[in-house]
Design a protein around this ligand. Structure first.
Ligand SMILES: C[S@@+](CC[C@H](N)C(=O)[O-])C[C@H]1O[C@@H](n2cnc3c(N)ncnc32)[C@H](O)[C@@H]1O
Length: 276
């Protein structure tokens, strides 16, 4: 029998959704979907929001100069409107987080300062600023600055408490790091073709990154939420690790892709590449 997500008003979620054993991805705007969830019901949020960088610039893809165009959802509406967007969804996430839960947000220089400031405005308690180093980052074609090869992951509790209430699987992280305390610099390659078997998303995160986030800050059975599910990487990592998962995605094509990827890891082994 399917494991229920155990959200009291689950039936109020948008009717267009994909779901399976202990997971669902809802189609819609994340703020509107999150409004339907009970307060303090989520153990862990991972959010990879729009970075607002698709504004006519160029980047290097497979050795060629191409325009940065991730989609309409990634276009900037100006500094203040972009900041107010970040504030809005962060506030919605803070409401649904349990006091023992935490929130991770990924970003580059285009967005991370706004996200960090919004988190401080809302009363989040910042725990770490993890630097994700991509050893296989694309070269910089302009040669007028250093090659971009990192992203920031802000990790925060919904509020400051004494003693600290948040989940951190310290021992597991230390064990994964050869018996030494894990530091806040993580080397993880960008996803290869084996993680794109079910289709492509322009900003897909590596499975290994999400596996570590989920292992560090949640327990089996916990509910993991991704308000910007995209290709469903968070859902894949969550289901593989025995967590429950709720994703929100506003593009039906990406919703389908996310569902295909999550179903593949529910199925017998071998269907989805396990990240190293
Ligand atoms: C940066 S991508 C996330 C990629 C994802 N981490 C992955 O590994 O595939 C952001 C996603 O959020 C979706 N999105 C943007 N604004 C949204 C909103 N207000 N509500 C729900 N989804 C949104 C976009 O369609 C896009 O797929």
């Amino acid at each position: 029998m399917a494991r229920r997500l155990e959200l009291h008003d689950w039936n109020d979620l948008p009717s267009t959704e994909e779901r399976g054993d202990g997971w669902a991805v809802a189609l819609g705007n994340s703020i509107e979907v999150l409004e339907k969830l009970p307060p303090r019901s989520v153990d862990l949020v991972f959010a990879d929001p729009p970075y607002h960088l698709s504004n006519g610039g160029t980047t290097c893809q497979s050795g060629r100069r191409v325009r940065v165009d991730k989609g309409d959802w990634d276009q900037s509406n100006g500094l203040l409107a972009d900041h107010s967007f970040q504030l809005g969804w962060l506030q919605a996430c803070r409401r649904v987080l349990k006091p023992s839960g935490t929130l991770w947000v990924s970003g580059t220089q285009h967005v991370i300062f706004s996200v960090g400031y919004a988190m401080q405005e809302l009363g989040f308690h910042l725990l770490n600023t993890v630097t994700w180093f991509k050893p296989n980052a694309a070269p910089n074609l302009a040669c007028r600055m250093f090659t971009h090869s990192t992203e920031i992951l802000l990790w925060a509790a919904p509020m400051r408490t004494k003693p600290l209430a948040h989940r951190f699987n310290y021992r597991e992280m230390k064990q994964r790091n050869g018996g030494k305390q894990m530091r806040d610099l993580w080397l993880v390659p960008t996803p290869g073709p084996r993680e794109k078997l079910h289709g492509r998303h322009p900003t897909q995160k590596p499975l290994a990154l999400l596996e570590r986030v989920i292992a560090a800050s949640s327990n089996p059975g916990d509910l993991v939420l991704d308000p910007f599910a995209g290709s469903g990487t968070t859902g894949v990592a969550a289901v593989m690790a025995g967590r429950r998962f709720l994703g929100v995605e506003m593009d039906p094509a990406y919703l389908d892709l996310a569902a295909r990827r999550i179903r593949a890891v529910e199925a017998p082994p071998g269907a989805e590449a396990r990240a190293g």
